[in-house]
Design a protein around this ligand. Sequence first.
Ligand SMILES: *Cc1c(COP(=O)(O)O)cnc(C)c1O
Length: 386
Amino acid sequence: MLKFPIYLDNNATTPVDPRVLDALLPYFTEHFGNAASRNHAFGWAAEEAVDFAREQVAALINCKPKDIVFTSGATESVNLALKGVFETYASKGNHIITAVTEHKAVLDTCKHLEKLGAQVTYLPVNSEGLIDLQELETAITPKTILIAVMYANNETGVIQPIREISTIAHQHGILFMTDATQAVGKIPVDVEADQIDLLAFTGHKIYGPKGVGALYVRRKNQLVKITAQMDGGGHERGLRSGTLNVPGIVGLGKACELCLLEMPNDHTRLKTLRDHLESELLQITDTQLNGSKMYRLPHVTNLTFKHLEGESLMLGLKDLAVSSGSACTSAAIEPSYVLKALGLSDDFAYSSLRFGLSRFTTAEEIEYAITHVRNVVDKLRQIAAH
Ligand SMILES: *Cc1c(COP(=O)(O)O)cnc(C)c1O
């Protein structure tokens, strides 16, 4: 039995896995203690649960539990990483290199730092959404303190050459930070193999709860120092004060454990479904794939249905919950800056759709989506022809 609308917007957020919910619920009720209460069993139980979650999170990205700082999500983790590095390494330099297709969490934080005296280089991407390593190296100056490039893009799923980027960064004595929100839990992410210094991600994109995330801060080989952006109480080794969100953290831990366990399976199954969806939809005339076909996440596809009006497309597809190539800003509906950076016109960006599959997506849902999109596009093209 299909339930409508069919949810294919899993890059925006995922449902909480029922096993995650089961794990975290007792920490609202029986085990409600404050993890910082050292004098009684309520506190100890909470602290123990947080310690266990920290191990689960660390295992997923191959780091030590004490390298993990719990936060309220990827936005906060990114803010802490960028602002924390900028403040700590001010005597070394003020130059940051990032890319135009980053999430707003990174771009807006960089904008903020520019007001505080930072120099920021925004690297362009090619038509596949990839940065150019030569261009990256050329952008480095003696004042460069940080390279911040996302692991995988939220709109296209395109995966950047992370290992090559970190190698270049370290050859020049520069820190490497990555927003890995879309990659963690979906593809193997290993901070040792990739030599990542700072890595941000969030619970609600990996079947965990909203409002909880983590920042990995390297200590091994190179001790990365960041300045806290939240003061008071000295939680999380002083890097992020504030009473810990114990249920959220327990949920994030469980979500990470499940991802580690189920990644190989999910990866293969979702890639098959995604490839099927994509190849069927690409048979519709005047349809194109956006972003690299080779370097991308297994469960995402971003397609342009040329010469259609984005709004009518979205209206027609009311049985599907997907994202379009536009974003509401305060003033108006704007074409996606990510798709525009790949060279798409405003019109092509508007008539693009992002499909993001999840652990819970079924073959039946994908069949329905194929038929539904085909019908809607056919109908709109017929109307346009008259
Ligand atoms: C969702 C997302 C974020 C923001 O995560 P929050 O937990 O909602 O703050 C940051 N970066 C990327 C790439 C994302 O997809």
